[in-house]
Design a protein. Sequence first.
Length: 314
Amino acid sequence: MRIAIFGTGGVGGYFGGLLAHAGHQVVFIARGEHLRAIQEQGLRVQSSAGSFHIHPAQATDDPAQVGPVDYVIVAVKHYHLDQAVRQMPPLVGAGTTVVPLLNGVDAHETLIRHLGRDAVVGGLCSVMAMIAAPGVIRQEGDLRRIVVGELDGRPSARLERLVEAWRACGVQAEQAEDIYAALWSKFLFIAPLSGVAALSRASVGELRRIAPTRRLLQTAMEEVAMLAHASQVALPEDAVDQAMALVDSLPQDATASMQRDVMDGKPFELEAFSGAIVRMAEAHGMDVPVHRALYALLRPQLDRAMEGGQGGEG
């Protein structure tokens, strides 16, 4: 398979690196020092599940040099998506499948507006991975999960080929019958956790141990569940319980990715999380007071970070 990884940060670098290491033709779309390091020294992946080095690695910042591919794996930060999607058309031909692995629940809508409905599917991933240094991806922990699905709910051969390729690399990959339910189940977990952790600067262990903070986190999850039901998404009835159980299973010192970005003064995905929740709630005539507060209190920090012009690969 010929695959373009658009956004070679922790997610794209790791999951795309696995496919390249398995022998697939993978081109990494990257930028800056990270791109130069990959071009000159290859892509190194450090992982508890097995480290490897792809050298030489195909990498560029110009999709026009690549041309149409079988799959485009989109793994940029959500706040970079509008800019990134405008660069993607040279990668998309008649048989191309575009797979978003972003946070939030609406990335596929942005991709459809620019690339057409036929090319785009839904997708999500769960992994702890980051750029450790230019040209180096570090992956930690046992969680290496990808879920993809056709937006109309039908099973498809094009997604099964990709799922099987990742499974062969040891990834817990699956094709969902209802990708919207899968997206919202992750959203219900990650959006509240990211907002509460970013504002409190607390570790996961502290969030779940301190009773008022734990209640706030659970209430934020209940707001997302309420919004999902209003949006006619078939969430499991115990979705909040499942999300809290996942919080309880995380290491004591774990922190949310958005929390780390906030503490480092970098741009962060507030608009994809609490911002999106507030906007969707307003459209439904609903109130989400916890997320309104999270959004209002974190927005000044986001404005400062965006003015500073920092950003990451994804």
